[in-house]
Ligand binder design. Structure first.
Ligand code: 5AD
Ligand code: SF4
Length: 438
């Protein structure tokens, strides 16, 4: 019986969302139940992200706001996890006397012990990276979730060291999970009624490449597709340089593989890509996009773009816009470059003014809004298979995701939840589609 309350705030990527779910599941064994109210909670945890600038300051500010709940001698545990915790470590405990725990990105398995200690008043920081041999410790199972679509971590960390990116320093070097463990977990999920798995990692398409005995990511997808009960497979996130022909072929050979791919280009300019250390150029990126479109004509792309990278000229930026025109992303996550500690790009002069960066971001977002609108409108009248996951936006509606990853709301009752429904699209909104059941 739960008798303590846990409040978590999650920032950043899917990896963190997934870790937060793991934390809830692990601490349930200690009698903690999740709550939305920090004021009445027994423990507050901030699961932080440091991929873009200002992350540390943001965490300090948020903690300063949250600590008011601890006043008046109240026994409340305050913890910081995720990438800022990994980056700052002990320093956080030193700076913030009211902070109890700092838990790094590789140390979740220690959390129950740390929380027990904190309940007795101990303060502790754990930020040691785990090596490949102990990798099972990195992925404690998530229990007690009853959703139809679930994340399955296949790898974590990154060995690419793109010049702007802090991930290798805060998530550690690439570690692939054992395929036998992944397959066991997916089979278990299928037995529990899960219909869709989303394979998760910072760079899933380099899965297994460093261990000869493990399958490639494409082979892993084939093995997962063979599991009865799992009807749809997605993955995120991919590095274009590791997008092999074998993996591209999966979009044709594996009908269960979703027709959406997140393929971050970061820039459309060869010069900028080179300075970013991405390991591919514009042509090779577009070549892969072209192959994917040829094999799966209805495929949908999303991506990430950084604007204002050091030395980005007007001409470089025009190249990015023209890459967007060629790919036509349905959605794009665009960011203004910010220097991150320890990265190579932090040594380059951050030479563009805020005004120039903002103007470029505005133009890029304007173009993206047009693409999103145009692509979404082409869906009107088409029929999509929707995995119905819950109640819809309005009463009498249900909601789920189509194969291309878009949210579709349509009229129907809750008995549809858990099944795939064929739905005709009647209206397109910026972030979702409206349909009618067939
Ligand atoms: N500045 C701006 N954006 C960044 N990203 C990663 N590092 C930086 C940085 N230093 C973006 C990239 C990445 C996404 C998760 O965040 O586009 O794909
Ligand atoms: Fe942010 Fe990267 Fe950490 Fe995810 S892995 S939380 S994106 S810094």
């Amino acid at each position: 019986m739960a008798h303590k309350l846990l409040y978590i705030e999650t920032f950043g990527c899917q990896m963190n969302v997934n870790d937060s779910e793991r934390i809830v599941s692990m601490l349930a064994d200690l009698g903690y139940a999740a709550t939305d109210d920090p004021a009445t909670s027994d423990m507050i945890l901030l699961n932080t992200c440091s991929v873009r600038g200002g992350a540390e300051e943001k965490v300090y500010r948020r903690l300063a706001n949250l600590r008011i709940y601890k006043r008046g001698g109240k026994k409340q545990i305050i913890a910081v996890g995720g990438c800022v915790a990994q980056q700052e470590g002990e320093e956080l405990l030193r700076k913030l006397p009211y902070l109890d725990l700092v838990i790094g990105t590789h140390n979740l398995h220690l959390l129950p012990n740390m929380v027990r200690g904190a309940e007795r008043g101990e303060r502790r920081s754990e930020t040691t990276f785990i090596d490949n041999e102990q990798r099972a410790d990195l992925f404690p199972a998530i229990k007690g979730e009853s959703r139809l679509s679930r994340f399955v971590t296949v790898m974590q960390g990154c060995d690419n060291f793109c010049s702007y990116c802090i991930v290798p320093y805060v998530r550690g070097r690439e570690i692939s999970r054992r395929s036998t463990d992944i397959l066991t977990e997916v089979r278990q999920l299928a037995d529990e009624g899960v219909r869709e798995v989303i394979l998760l990692g910072q760079n899933v398409n380099s899965y297994g490449l460093k261990t000869a005995s493990e399958p490639t990511f494409a082979e892993l997808i084939h093995q997962i597709a063979a599991i009865d009960g799992i009807d749809r497979i997605r993955f995120t996130t991919s590095h274009p340089k590791d997008m092999s022909d074998e993996l591209i072929a999966c979009f044709c050979d594996v009908p269960k593989l979703s027709g959406h791919i997140h393929l971050p280009a970061q820039s459309g300019s060869d010069d900028v890509l080179k300075r970013m250390g991405r390991g591919y150029g514009r042509e090779s990126y577009l070549d892969k996009v072209g192959k994917l479109k040829a094999l799966r004509p209805d495929i949908v792309f999303t991506g990430d773009i950084i604007v204002g990278f050091p030395g980005e000229t007007d001409a470089d930026f025009e190249q990015t816009l023209s890459l967007m025109e060629e790919v036509r992303y349905i959605d794009l996550f665009s960011f203004i470059y910010s220097p991150r500690p320890r990265t190579r790009a932090a040594e380059l002069a951050d030479d563009l003014s805020r005004t120039v960066k903002m103007a470029r971001l505005d133009r890029l977002m304007e173009l993206q809004r047009r693409h999103t609108r145009e692509i979404s409108h082409t869906y009107i009248g088409s029929v999509m298979s929707v995995l119905v996951e819950g109640e819809g936006k309005l009463p009498g509606q249900v909601s789920g995701k189509a194969d291309i990853g878009r949210t579709v709301n349509f009229s129907g009752d809750s008995s549809l939840i858990g099944s795939f429904a064929d739905v005709r699209i009647v209206k397109a909104y910026p972030n979702s589609l409206l349909g009618e059941p067939l």
